[in-house]
Write a protein that binds this ligand. Sequence first.
Ligand SMILES: [Zn+2]
Length: 193
Amino acid sequence: MNNNRITAKDKLVAFLKKYGYIFALAILTIVMTIIISVSVTKPQDINEPVDNEPVSFYMPVVNATIEKGFSDTELKFNETLNQWEAHKAVDFKVADKTEVYAVLDGKVIDVQTNYLKGTTVIIEHSNNIKTVYSSLAEDVSVKKGDTVKRGALIGKASNTANSELKTGAHLHFEVLENDVAVDPANYLNIEEK
Ligand SMILES: [Zn+2]
């Protein structure tokens, strides 16, 4: 009699014989999904770019003509001073009182006025870059210590730089990398006239 009794164990065995492959397939599918997702996402995590975005400046002025480009070893003639000199900046000739904007996020580290360069704003950015905006009208829009965003109004171009008086209203714009002047054209899409 005992031999003919169908036990719970027999039922389970019968059930697994009939449907066991479905469980096996389900487990196999789950395992394969995990393997595939790990192998797809892992290289991306490792190769995630950290900080290789090229630095691109906001244009400091619009509707400008490049009056004088950057020169380091090759000298350029300064009509105002009647002499040949290096010009480690770019002069953007603009209408008087044209708005001047910060090219990157940064902090204003100085606002100064001197006879040769006129009113000047100096902004410090990350990556050891500083930008210098000279020949501004004296009523600038920022003060030393201000934090500025890329594209923020910092002042207006004028003709306060006596060393470049004959250029008229313009922005004399310098870029410093580790305090060494470099060609602003490295950061701006500009062409000398
Ligand atoms: Zn200049």
